[in-house]
Ligand binder design. Sequence first.
Ligand SMILES: Cc1cc2nc3c(=O)[nH]c(=O)nc-3n(C[C@H](O)[C@H](O)[C@H](O)COP(=O)(O)O)c2cc1C
Length: 194
Amino acid sequence: MRVIGIAGSLRAGSYNAKLLDAAAQALPADADYRRWAGLADVPFYNADRDEPGLIPVAAEELRAVVAGADGLLFATPEYNGSIPGGLKNAVDWLSRPFGASALSGKTVAVIGAGTGRFGGVWAQAELRKALGIAGARVVDAEFALPGAAEAFDADGQLSDFGRAEELTDVVAAFVGEVRVSAPESGPRVGAVVS
Ligand SMILES: Cc1cc2nc3c(=O)[nH]c(=O)nc-3n(C[C@H](O)[C@H](O)[C@H](O)COP(=O)(O)O)c2cc1C
């Protein structure tokens, strides 16, 4: 199973990138996980450039990375009550051509971290909405991490055991949905190796 993580923050010390890496620890052993870090290079969506031969290289790369994944795990901060512009822009590129896009039918889950009291729940809700409109299969599981500046231990794990278990449960729900939507990504039962 190929899983791509996308953090909505460009910040080097991003708590959302940390949260993705903590979530990735809960993926099964057969998962091939990579965090995609090309968000800063993707130009603003422009329909005039969404034509063969005119698509920016970084947008093409984003589409190829997502098309090759069985599932996507997003972690987004909240900026002014909503999705960071760069992440929304990526969703816009991924949503076209509508109905045949890299996101179409793709299983996605949204989690997020913030330094405030609510963990960016508005941004997560808006990202789920945008991804759903874009044609993704949005997993019905949520994980919001408030107080992110104090939430991780020195190894990058969540210090609170209960919260760590919740994150593991969300990842398990995501993995279950990925296996339903891309059954060939599951363990190969009965495969013969000669
Ligand atoms: C431009 C900007 C706007 C923000 N707006 C909100 C907000 O509306 N609600 C909130 O809870 N936090 C807000 N924050 C705080 C961020 O959610 C917090 O800094 C978070 O840790 C950023 O994510 P990161 O650590 O992954 O970079 C804002 C931060 C910035 C830089």
